[in-house]
Design a binder for this molecule. Sequence first.
Ligand SMILES: Nc1ncnc2c1ncn2[C@@H]1O[C@H](COP(=O)(O)OP(=O)(O)OP(=O)(O)O)[C@@H](O)[C@H]1O
Ligand SMILES: [Mg+2]
Length: 275
Amino acid sequence: MSRIEEILEKATKMRKGGGNGEKSKKMSLPGAKLPKVTRRARIENPNVVTVLDPDSSTAEEYRKLKSMVVRLTKSDEFQNMLMVTSSVGGEGKSLTALNLAITLAQEYDYTVLLVDADLRRPSLNEYLGIHADIGLTDCLVDGMGVGNALIKTGIGGLVYLPPGRRVSNPGDLLSSSRMSEIMKEIKHRYPDRYVIIDTPPVLPFAEVLSIGALVDGVIFVVREGVTSEENLKDAVGMLKNANILGAVYNAAESVFFDGHYKYKYSKYSSYYRDR
Ligand SMILES: Nc1ncnc2c1ncn2[C@@H]1O[C@H](COP(=O)(O)OP(=O)(O)OP(=O)(O)O)[C@@H](O)[C@H]1O
Ligand SMILES: [Mg+2]
C-alpha cells in the first residue's frame, strides 16, 4: 500500500469514529483538495443581490441565468470551466461572474470556484469584502501551488482564487504557459464543479483571447446603453475560436405586464443562446 493510500485509509477510519483512538486529531493529506483558509465574505455592494436581496427580481434573473448555464454545460462532456467577459470596461463582468458563482454555490451547496483573472482591474476582493494578499499572480510569478491561495468564503460552497499582488505585466502573465498549466490544474482539481473566471474586457486586452482558448465556454456580457453594436461585433469576432455559450443583457430597464399591474424594474440580467 502506498503512503497516500495508507493516509487515506487512516483518514477514512477516523471519519468513521475508529482509528487509533485519536478522536480529534486532524490530518493533513498530501495534495489535499480543500482550501486551507476560510475568510467569511462581508458583502456590502447592493448589486450583489444574490446575497443581499435574494428575493428580488434581479436575483431571480441570476437564477434563470444559472439554470441556462447548467443546461448548456451539462451535456455528454461537462463544460465546467467558464469565463465571463465583455467588449469594454464597466459592462458588468465582475458582478455577473460573482452573482452567477454565488447562485451556483447556493443552489447546489457544492464547491464552485470563482477566479479573479482580471489582473488589470481586479474587483472581486472588494465586492466580496475579502482582504486577500496572495492569489493568482503569486501562482503565476512564484510558481506557488493554487491550493495555497484558495479561500473558502462561507457562502455555500463558494471558493475564491483572488487576483494576488499587483504586477506590471498582467498581459504577459495571463498569456503565459504557466497560466495554461494553472488552468489545467484548476480543471483537474474541480473536474465535476464549476469554475467561473472573471476576466478583463476583450477589445483592449489581447490576453483574454488566450484565456478564451483555455476555457470550455464564454459568457459574454452586454450592458444596455453602454455596449455599442460595433464593439459587440468586433469583440465576438475576436472570440471566434472560443465557445461563446451566450450573452447576459445587463442593467436593462424593462416594462412588464402581468395581467393586472404594470411594473418596471431595472438592473436585471437575462441570458440567451446566440447560436
Ligand atoms: N446590473 C447592474 N445594475 C446596476 N449597476 C451595475 C450593474 N452591473 C454593473 N453595474 C455597475 O457598473 C460598474 C461596473 O460593474 P462591474 O465591476 O461588474 O463591471 P466590469 O465589466 O467587471 O468592469 P471592469 O471592466 O472595470 O472590470 C459597478 O459600479 C457596478 O455597480
Ligand atoms: Mg471587472
